[in-house]
Design a protein around this ligand. Structure first.
Ligand code: PGA
Length: 264
């Protein structure tokens, strides 16, 4: 992290978990614990829970968002959801290009690019996920994959657009597997993403963009990984589902920030 240049962000991705009452209970329990934090907690909840979660999160440090949306503004797309419907329900951000969407639902970079543009148009902050598979890494193609995902998914965005995007590096082999990427792999990938952003949108833009790491993050990993210069927070799946494990992550993050500010 680099507190002078960028904000720290923590995002919980609940995936297809938590009913409406479960979501409301979680937020009511979490809110008092995060009242004095110097950073926001983002929670990507199920579509059905957005409204209630947002109501419970008003006037707290918790920001509610969604995990996916369609690229069209509206239309005959049975089962899909539009950005403006998410905004309507209270969502402030949307995760796009998650590896589960890319792998299980065959979403490609061009489709994700259209979604990113639509999200920005609708007033949602896009959290764009990029990351290579284990096979791509073994073949030495990790950077090539990152390059095409990042540049194609963000194609056509202005400097101003880019500054609203949060990026998340999530190697596919680390998501939901219990296998956290090494600090060396993470820092190299984050640096590379920043280099790509600098080449296309300039150094000052690239230095302002928050890049999260995601993939099997647990509380014990937080301090070491967040100490890396180009890591600005985490996208957390499994460990965001229980108050205990998520609070431990939040506490470790907060402690590290306080230590860096010389407050402890
Ligand atoms: P995980 O999920 O923390 O369970 O690996 C991360 C994610 O899906 O964003």
């Amino acid at each position: 992290m680099d507190l002078e240049k960028r904000k720290v962000v923590l995002i919980g991705n609940w995936k297809m978990y938590k009913t409406i009452p479960e979501a409301a209970r979680f937020i009511e329990e979490l809110a008092p614990k995060v009242e004095t934090l110097p950073f926001n907690i983002y929670l990507a909840v199920a579509f059905t829970a957005i409204k209630i979660a947002n109501d419970a999160a008003v006037h707290t440090k918790i920001v509610i968002g969604a995990q996916n949306m369609n690229d069209a503004s509206e239309g005959a797309f049975t089962g899909e959801i539009a950005g403006k419907m998410l905004v309507d329900a209270g969502a402030k951000f949307v995760i796009l290009g998650h590896s589960e969407r890319r792998v299980l639902f065959q979403e490609d970079n061009a489709f994700i690019n259209r979604k990113v543009k639509r999200a920005l148009k609708d007033g949602l902050q896009p959290v764009l996920c990029v990351g290579e598979s284990s096979q791509e890494r073994e073949l030495g193609n990790a950077e090539t994959v990152l390059r095409s995902q990042l540049l194609e998914c963000l194609d056509g965005l202005t400097e101003e657009d880019i500054l609203s995007v949060i990026l998340a590096y999530e190697p596919v082999w680390a998501v939901g597997t219990g296998q956290v990427a090494s600090c060396e792999i993470i820092e190299k990938a984050h640096q590379y993403c920043r280099q790509l952003l600098a080449e296309k949108w300039g150094v000052s833009v690239s230095e302002k963009i928050s890049i999260q790491y995601g993939g099997s993050i647990r509380a014990k990993d937080v301090k070491e990984i967040l100490s890396l210069p180009d890591v600005d927070g985490f996208l957390v799946g499994g460990a965001s589902l229980s108050i205990e494990s998520f609070s431990q992550i939040i506490d470790n993050l907060h402690e590290l920030i306080k230590e860096s500010n010389g407050e402890v």
